[in-house]
Design a protein around this ligand. Structure first.
Ligand code: ADP
Ligand code: MG
Length: 140
């Protein structure tokens, strides 16, 4: 069944000129892009977007990082896209990430790891709604 997921090319990815590389991987994999834009999150927005991680040791560093520069947010659609895209990203920490994944190839460390991906359909619905209104998501 078709589902959607949210990708973010994080500030380190934009800074390192990896927007084209990540989008190329989506196109090669046949992921359908249903919305895309550049945003520079404020600290408050980063806190809100990552609210589920509040209280974790890495939370402050994460939201400082995510508000440090522009990101590109992309909504993707496809069969099992949540797990397919998480496979493409690789593990959170590049040391653990599998060969051929985006994070293995480009991440600096467990924080500056180039891309975000929703971890479930439910999270994806919240995350896509955080950035895009219904009319910004292209139809079939
Ligand atoms: P993922 O992005 O793989 O879904 P999490 O949801 O666990 O990973 O964490 C969200 C983000 O928080 C990570 O992508 C990373 O930027 C940051 N993060 C997670 N764990 C750590 C950590 N131990 N140290 C530093 N940053 C972390
Ligand atoms: Mg996550």
């Amino acid at each position: 069944m078709n589902e959607r997921t949210l990708s973010i090319i994080k500030p380190d990815g934009v800074q390192s000129g990896l927007v084209g590389e990540v989008i190329k991987r989506f196109e090669k994999a046949g992921f359908k892009i249903v919305a895309m834009k550049m945003v520079h999150l404020s600290k408050e927005q980063a806190n809100e977007f990552y609210a589920a991680h509040k209280g974790r040791s890495y939370f402050e560093g994460l939201t400082d990082f995510m508000s440090s520069g522009p990101s590109v947010v992309v909504a993707l659609e496809g069969q099992n896209i949540v797990s397919k895209y998480r496979e493409m990203m690789g593990a959170t920490d590049p040391v653990q990430a599998a060969e051929g994944t985006i994070r293995k190839a480009y991440a600096t460390d467990g924080r500056q790891n180039v891309v975000h991906g929703s971890d479930s359909r439910e999270t994806a619905a919240f995350e896509i709604g955080y950035f895009f209104s219904a009319f910004e998501l292209v139809g079939p």
